[in-house]
Design a binder for this molecule. Structure first.
Ligand code: MG
Length: 171
């Protein structure tokens, strides 16, 4: 079992759609970013890469690469899942916290959890999404942007000899 944590933050920007966990949240400013600015997907990607010690989102999907301009971040999340599956990891569960003064996250939680579970290939009951405010403090409190935190647990599948060999070699 391996645990990973991911963090992301983005500024709000008018005229951009707000997309969180692959779900379009209407009637609210979106998030700046080279891609669609989906801070939930980005935190999950970094948590997955962290758990598997495969680097970070900037290394795999650099801002400088025109391929990721306006990208659907759920496609990047799917690509990250393929990366960890190639190394015989599977996701056990994921827990996401979205810290923002607005919009209210609760009404969108079931849809986000369903989308995330689909991509991580786990049951909806293994995905948690929670919204929190920052109690009006600091840049989040002023509504300048939002922050996200994701934790994932991975399980390495495969025969025990392969597993022991990989532990011995640090792979
Ligand atoms: Mg980001």
């Amino acid at each position: 079992m391996r645990v990973g944590i991911g963090y992301d933050s983005h500024r709000f920007a008018s005229g951009r759609p707000l997309v969180l966990g692959g779900v379009r949240v209407p009637d609210h400013d979106g998030l700046t970013g080279h891609s669609d600015g989906d801070a939930v997907a980005h935190a999950l990607i970094d948590a997955l890469l962290g758990a598997s010690a495969l680097g970070n989102i900037g290394e795999h999907f650099p801002d400088s690469d025109p391929r990721w301009e306006g990208a659907d971040s759920m496609d990047l999340l799917a690509a990250t899942i393929r990366l960890i599956e190639e190394r015989n990891y599977q996701v056990v569960n994921a827990d996401v916290t979205i810290i923002t003064e607005s919009p209210r996250i609760a009404p969108w939680v079931p849809q986000m959890a369903e989308r995330i579970a689909e991509l991580l290939r786990i049951a909806g009951s293994c995905v948690s999404v929670k919204g929190k405010t920052n109690e009006g403090m600091g840049w989040i409190g002023r509504g300048e942007g939002m922050a996200t935190i994701a934790v994932v647990l991975l399980d390495q599948i495969g025969d025990i000899d392969t597993l022991h060999a990989s532990i011995r070699t640090g792979g």
